[in-house]
Design a protein around this ligand. Sequence first.
Ligand code: PLP
Length: 390
Amino acid sequence: MLDIVPAFARIGEENAFAVLARATELARQGKDIINLGIGQPDFPTPPHIVEAAIKALRDGHHGYTPATGILPLREAVAADLHKRYGASVSPERVMIVPGGKVTMFMAILMFGQPGVEILYPDPGFPIYRSMIEFTGATPVPVPIREENGFAFSADETLALITPKTRLLIINSPANPTGGVTPKSEIDKLVAGLQRFPRVALMSDEIYDQMTYDNAVHVSLLNYPEIRDRLILLNGWSKTYAMTGWRMGYSVWPEAAYEAARKLAVNSYSCVNAPAQWAGIAALEGPQDAVHAMMREFDRRRKAVVAGLNALPNVTCLTPTGAFYAYPNIKATGWKAKKLAAQLLEEAGVATIGGPDFGVYGEGYIRLSYANSLENIERALARMGAFLAKA
Ligand code: PLP
């Protein structure tokens, strides 16, 4: 027996990867599987970004970079945030990290320990809870409700804060629901946080450029009154279809930046150098590919929502963010994880059961529409046939 420390018995994972493994295995056996489980754009990284990485390699960018990332990239991030939000961010507060996840890993390590509470959205990205439990802190789920259009409620969030709360995690546009929290609710949350100066805030804005209809993403960077305790999580994975490049960034309050830098030095040293040069090309180059991807996501979003609402006993709110639909399947009588498993095994459609995103996920499944319109239509037809006979 190996004496791995007990904290590792508490660390969780992302079930989307297990579903992907099962879907891949079924496909290998010759089954026709339509994957609506995975949370990554089904588009290639735009060519000018790929070329920038190749050029960086040819130009000799082969060595370590500063742990916080190369200065031109940190400057490009600051300029991008200024352009898009009007927020003034110093490149000295920006840190380049290997993927969006790393910011949450660091932030939760910084604030989590036995005896403290960390609030996080539920249903939400599963790694929040996993990492909170790893640190020994108490995870406190903030319910994300369908009746609120899957926006978080400021009042409900603030009511869960206790003297033990050290970190509050929010996410909009949201995974798995596609919900976008309106400005009025964010204003209320920020105003209420003035009563709790010890609570740090991590805002996961990885889907910030993925909104539809009239939804407007409001960045927490736009609230100077909380900048001294705001950790912003963002990155290239979703916007630029770069999940495999492992490129993310965070903006840290001055007090936490050093701690984050030291975590980098003690683990990965720095992000892959050519990927960082590609990151500059992504931010500074043409954004046409991003807009084209969003137009295509929008077409699919409409098709998936219409198709889901036509299924027996299924209803689906129209999501206004990210690339997920989160239908309510309560009236089908199925438990969500069981339904997702049967849809994969019997109908060849991979989805994720709501409980994989938290205790408030029962009664829902998540469909990612990062797949072709044709495959989405085929998947919906198969789901309809399955539900009609089941
Ligand atoms: N935050 C949310 C809400 C996500 O859905 C994801 C990825 O699915 C991430 C963060 C992590 O992104 P990355 O792949 O850049 O680590």
